[in-house]
Design a protein around this ligand. Structure first.
Ligand SMILES: [Ca+2]
Ligand SMILES: [Ca+2]
Ligand SMILES: [Ca+2]
Ligand SMILES: [Ca+2]
Length: 310
């Protein structure tokens, strides 16, 4: 018996130790859970009156999509509370649906100071249990009562994302992170780039480069409001005189041009097209920037993207 036990211990040791982490063990998946309430009334109060508050929910399905298109879903319970269990270390866009109809995307505050909103949420590789509180709908989209940026410290420097101007400590301000394929997932958090865009050459965006780093509506966005403005942000102050219908083109069904009032915002680095009339519903619009220049004359790169209205 004693001989057998020694043999057994030797065998375990030769296999890489007792409970070791040698190759062959699956990588550990860290899960971050996201909880929220999609109810327009306070169920903790109404629950005292009604036994079920299910009719108060404004969404019956929550879908989180990562930058590779993988989806996770959650269904709110009778108190309109949902929990999404998501693989940490990735960014997600989260959409709310009711009766198979799109309701809204969740939008998160990136920085308390600038009040910049993002349609994607990066969950660092940490075990997190995030309570979004009650979600409310407004013209800005679906907004959580409690901002996850108050709980997430992506670069672990002691400053939570909401108070950290550079969440990932890469030297680029949160509001100027490049999203080279304009799909709403910033390069650092984008696991697959759209081939149509010149993104995958491995070159880092350098200070001084002239780029368009953000678009709204984003590339591939669906269910865009027919009242939406179309905008992009550049890495320079934009020469407003180059914002014309031929250089910042928006074309709808039948290749018909959308008439816009053009302007710059955000200190001049954001170009905005405010359509003179409502966009058509359930229609695809293609935006082309070609010939728009910075103050000083440098030309912005030619970029095209598209979106679809609700
Ligand atoms: Ca931080
Ligand atoms: Ca931040
Ligand atoms: Ca950064
Ligand atoms: Ca992207």
């Amino acid at each position: 018996m004693k001989t057998f036990l020694i043999f057994f211990i030797l065998l375990l040791s030769s296999c890489g130790g007792l409970g070791g982490t040698e190759a062959g063990n699956p990588p550990t998946v860290t899960v971050a859970s996201l909880t929220g309430t999609v109810s327009s009334t306070d169920n903790s109060v109404s629950a005292l009156v009604f036994s079920s508050g299910s009719s108060n929910c404004f969404a019956d399905l929550i879908i989180a999509t990562d930058s590779e298109g993988n989806q996770s879903t959650a269904t709110p319970n009778s108190s309109c509370i949902f929990t999404l269990d998501l693989t940490a270390g990735k960014a997600f866009q989260i959409a709310l649906y009711e009766d198979d109809e799109f309701v809204s995307y969740l939008k998160f505050l990136k920085n308390r100071e600038t009040q910049g909103l993002s349609q994607s949420l990066f969950l660092p590789n940490q075990e997190l249990s995030i309570n979004l509180g009650r979600i409310s709908l407004s013209e800005l989209g679906a907004r959580p009562e409690l901002e996850p940026g108050d709980l997430i410290d992506a670069d672990d420097d002691g400053l939570f994302d909401l108070d950290d101007d550079d969440d990932n400590d890469d030297g680029t301000n949160d509001d100027e992170e490049l999203d080279c394929d304009l799909d709403g997932f910033e390069d650092d958090y984008d696991l697959s780039f759209d081939d149509e865009f010149d993104c995958d050459d491995g070159e880092e965006f350098q200070p001084g480069d002239v780029v368009i780093f953000h678009a709204e509506p984003r590339q591939g966005e669906q269910f865009v409001d027919v009242d939406a403005e179309i905008s992009f942000r550049a890495s320079c102050e934009i020469d407003e005189s180059t914002l014309t219908s031929s250089k910042f083109r928006v074309r709808g069904p039948g290749d018909v041009a959308v008439a816009c009032d053009y302007s710059t915002q955000s200190g001049g680095d954001e170009a905005v097209c405010e359509p003179s009339s409502e966009l058509a519903s359930d229609a695809t619009y293609r935006v082309t920037v070609e010939g728009v220049a910075c103050e000083g004359g440098a030309l912005l790169p030619v970029v095209t993207w598209q979106f679809t209205t609700e």
